[in-house]
Write a protein of this length. Structure first.
Length: 238
């Protein structure tokens, strides 16, 4: 036991730094995904037909393809496109992204597609009569969406959205493939140094578990606080 505590004291600084990077990527990607998902679902539900099809194409593309492939396309594929644009005399350097930016974008676009579906289910759970009543009171369609429909939908979507908040912490583990020094990458470095994969992988797994359970507990309390009595969605919880 004393030997393990000594070893833990040695490896924790590296794992702690990796955990901070994992949490940073998770928070930024989840937030960007929210800002992507909400406009997407509004376009899909209320937009003109051609914008609806664009929103559907985006959500199905990012929900239907592996996250790792999306990460590779953004990090390795966009520079190829940049070189092609440069060969045509067009600016393309903005497509060459550093590792962290590529990680943020890949996770954000993936999360945004799932969040859009969570919010779509929540919006569709709100009776159409509320929109009609708002319009009858003189509200514009935009005002009715912003002040009547969307606030209720955001509260209804919390159970499903809390799953996404927990999942994205685990999804960040793919970014070590492009040499982002997240929690898993730090664990791999420690394994290469000390040659004890089982202990390190179990330790990393426990850290992920603690973080995910903490998020699930916090979101459960938030859900209970904001629950609308009599207006709830049945969703699968982690």
């Amino acid at each position: 036991m004393a030997g393990w505590l000594t070893f833990w004291h040695m490896i924790w600084p590296a794992l702690g730094q990796g955990l901070l990077i994992t949490l940073k990527i998770s928070v930024i990607s989840l937030t960007l995904g929210l800002f992507i998902g909400v406009p997407t679902v509004l376009l899909r539900v209320y937009g003109p037909r051609w914008l609806r099809w664009l929103a559907i194409a985006y959500t199905e593309l990012f929900r239907g393809t592996p996250l790792l492939v999306q990460l590779f396309v953004i990090y390795y594929g966009l520079p190829d496109l940049a070189r092609l644009l440069n060969s045509w005399g067009l600016p393309g350097q903005f497509l060459v992204l550093d590792r962290m930016t590529a990680a943020y974008l890949a996770l954000a676009f993936n999360s945004g597609a799932y969040q859009a579906e969570y919010f779509r289910s929540a919006i569709q759970a709100i009776g159409a009569g509320q929109m009609m009543a708002a319009r009858a009171l003189g509200m514009s369609k935009y005002q009715a969406i912003v002040h009547i429909v969307l606030p209720q939908a955001m509260r209804l979507a919390i159970p499903a959205w809390s799953n996404e908040a927990a999942y994205i912490v685990k999804y960040t583990s793919v970014v070590f493939i492009i040499s982002v020094q997240d929690l898993l990458a730090r664990g791999q470095m420690i394994i290469a140094k000390y040659y004890n994969p089982m202990e390190i992988l179990i330790t990393v797994g426990v850290i992920y578990l603690v973080v995910v359970l903490g998020i699930a507990t916090g979101m459960g309390k938030l859900e209970a606080r904001l629950r609308i009595p009599g207006l709830e969605l049945e969703v699968e919880r982690i």
